[in-house]
Structures are given as C-alpha cells and as structure tokens.
Design a protein around this ligand. Structure first.
Ligand SMILES: [Zn+2]
Length: 69
C-alpha cells in the first residue's frame, strides 16, 4: 500500500499516512494533530516511484560482434 503525504490546511501540519486505493478518505484524512479533515494530498511521493530506472543497454550491441563462426 502506498504512503501518501498530506498537508493540513487548518493547522499547517504535514503528515504521512498509508491508505488503500479504495479508501474513501484517501484525499482528505483526518489530521493527527488537530483532527480536522481539511487536509490536502500531496503528490510528491507517488510521482517519485514511477519512471526512472530503466536500463536499455542490451538492445544495441546484439549480433554483430562475434560468437559464432
Ligand atoms: Zn491539522
């Protein structure tokens, strides 16, 4: 399950919370500091996981540099 970052617009607290994709409160859970539900999900952590590491080194040097014959 992904960990989301949230920002509380009521008290300014920032916190992390593990939420399921189907959780109805995924976009605005209660703030652990002031219990307000005026919170906003931040997208930074989720975006960091996708993209990035992909090695495409095996596609270019295949076939011509010997082995057979
Ligand atoms: Zn708060």
């Amino acid at each position: 399950m992904p960990i989301y970052e949230y920002h509380c617009k009521n008290c300014g607290n920032e916190f992390e919370k593990i939420m399921g994709f189907s959780d109805p409160r995924v976009n605005s859970p209660d703030c652990p500091n002031c219990q307000s539900d005026d919170t906003q999900k931040r997208l930074s952590t989720i975006a960091a996981y996708s993209g990035g590491k992909r090695s495409s080194s095996t596609t270019s040097s295949c076939g011509s540099s010997g082995g057979f014959s």
